[in-house]
Design a protein around this ligand. Structure first.
Ligand SMILES: [Zn+2]
Length: 513
């Protein structure tokens, strides 16, 4: 249905017989899709595969960590369809080749390049990634832990090292013994062919059989070695999964009281009106994400003071706390700088803005790598496709998903008001009545009028209270602070940030402990 309506809209304007309207003027229009990555995945035939592949390019997730990324093809509707055909013909079988495609695109008249970068969702996702990473640093290196958790952590590290060693042993075997096994098998095929020849001398037959037996023993031995190594890897992997799960269980069992540092951190956030709701898995909403980004400098300074005041024997050094706070602060400031450019409306950005945005991307990639944050589809599309789209449309600030989200909220509000009505017909009637009232321009005007009337008018005496002036001053301050961070980051001042787990694992692998 939607497809039909859109097809009509997209068809040449002369077809007024379809719509029945008179044409006054023709305006070039372009259909853009705005939504979150999950919605895009559904539309582009990747239902349930959204977490692993990019909607715009064919780059493999293992390449996402590079900047600039190795050149990758751009998806088009035709390419997706051809790809689906090849999968149906079973020409493509490996996950690596299938690239997440499971179906034909639902709307095949809108090219993937017209799917807009989901700024709001990406911002929320990425800020939460950063905050989660910062929380895990606190949990890992600042918060005091129980002996039980310490034991579980060590078991996990040891299991991790064991898996690495076992995998290494298997790949070593494949490099050294593997070719020998292939060679023996090849020789054996030759011997079998020889033995099948007719009128062979009995003595030669005996000799060939002898050789065949020797080869069989060697082959069996090599195969057994490989199997033993493979079993070892499987067992060690299982042990790793168990160790990881039991550490997670211990962490989840922790109560608020056992995590004093976390509560301090969350209280600081609350002072700025940011609710990080839960101690585990609590996510910031869009407004709170914005606030954290804007106030990053101040907030992370507060975090630093708070973390430095913690004292117990297992806490990491002051230097590490400073490093962690500065690194996460800079990620937030860079994200803020970048999103401020992305939010510029069509026609606003100048060449200077694009150049700055590109520079922010380089910094963001650098910081993301230093913080050991994972390269998710969201960060991939921010690094690779967002600024590109911003250039293409000379600004994409008008295509924020905020409006869609707002309509969702309005609809949910009405829904909740009528949900208890038993008569379904009446329910639908009241629903559309409420919607009509809300959309009525007369009602809107009146609401606006009364809101304006109830607003306080500030006198110009106190310049700081005047919202417009304050806004300009704050913007100036923010721009200066962003530029300062940008200059500072060009020196690449951050070290690779490692968790206790990474450090101890590296030590164990190098045999220093
Ligand atoms: Zn991509």
């Amino acid at each position: 249905m939607a497809a039909n309506i859109l097809s009509v809209l997209l068809s040449p304007f002369t077809q007024d017989n379809i719509t029945g309207f008179n044409i006054l003027c023709s305006v070039r229009c372009q259909v853009l899709v705005v939504g979150d990555l999950k919605f895009y995945a559904q539309l582009l035939g990747r239902e349930n595969m959204s977490s692993s592949w990019c909607m715009w390019c064919t780059a493999h997730p293992s390449d996402w960590k590079y900047h600039p990324i190795p050149t990758a093809d751009r998806w088009t509707i035709d390419k997706i369809k051809q790809h689906k055909d090849r999968i149906d013909r079973r020409e493509l079988r490996e996950a690596r080749d299938i690239r997440g495609i499971v179906n034909d695109p639902v709307w095949d008249f809108i090219e993937p390049e017209n799917y807009m970068f989901p700024q709001l969702h990406a911002e929320i996702g990425l800020v939460n990634n950063v905050l989660d990473k910062f929380y895990s640093f606190i949990d890992d290196q600042v918060e005091a832990i129980s002996p039980e958790e310490a034991l579980a952590r060590n078991t996990y590290i040891m299991a991790d090292v064991a898996v690495c060693n076992a995998t290494q042993a298997l790949s070593d075997w494949k490099e050294t013994e593997g070719p020998q096994l292939e060679f023996n098998r090849y020789n054996r095929i030759g011997l079998t062919k020889e033995l099948k020849k007719k009128n062979q001398d009995q003595r030669i037959i005996m000799e060939l059989r002898q050789q065949q037996q020797e080869l069989d023993t060697m082959i069996a031995e090599l195969v057994n070695n490989r199997k033993a190594l493979e079993t070892d890897v499987t067992l060690k992997r299982k042990a790793l999964t168990t160790a990881k799960a039991s550490l997670k269980a211990i962490r989840e069992k922790k109560r608020k009281l056992e995590m004093p540092v976390f509560s301090d951190i969350e209280n600081i956030l609350l002072e700025y009106g940011i609710t990080a709701a839960a101690y585990h898995g609590g996510k910031l909403n869009g407004v709170d994400c914005r606030e954290l980004l804007t106030l990053a400098k101040t907030i992370f300074e507060r975090f630093k003071t708070c973390l430095l005041s913690v004292s117990h024997p297992e806490r990491c050094s002051d230097a590490i706390i400073n490093q962690a706070c500065d690194l996460h602060r800079d990620i937030c400031i860079t994200l803020d700088s970048l999103t401020s450019k992305l939010r510029m409306k069509q026609g606003e950005p100048q060449e200077n803005d694009f150049q700055l945005a590109d520079a922010y991307l380089v910094n963001l990639h650098y910081l993301w790598t230093q913080a050991n944050l994972s390269f998710t589809p969201k960060i991939h599309c921010l690094l690779n496709h967002a600024v590109e789209q911003m250039r293409k449309y000379s600004g994409i600030g008008d295509t924020l998903e905020d409006d869609v989200e707002r309509i969702h909220q309005i609809s949910a509000k009405i829904e909740s008001r009528v949900s208890r009505m038993k008569n379904k017909g009446q329910q639908a009637h009241v629903h559309s009545k409420m919607e009509a009232i809300q959309n009525c321009s007369l009602v809107r005007e009146k609401i606006e009028e009364s809101q304006q009337a109830s607003k306080r008018v500030f006198k110009k005496r106190n310049l700081d209270v005047c919202a417009v002036r304050r806004g300009i001053r704050q913007k100036k301050e923010r721009d200066e602070s962003r530029a300062e961070t940008q200059r500072y980051l060009e020196e690449k001042p951050h070290q690779q940030f490692l968790s206790n787990h990474d450090k101890k694992k590296a030590e164990m692998m190098n045999g220093t402990t």
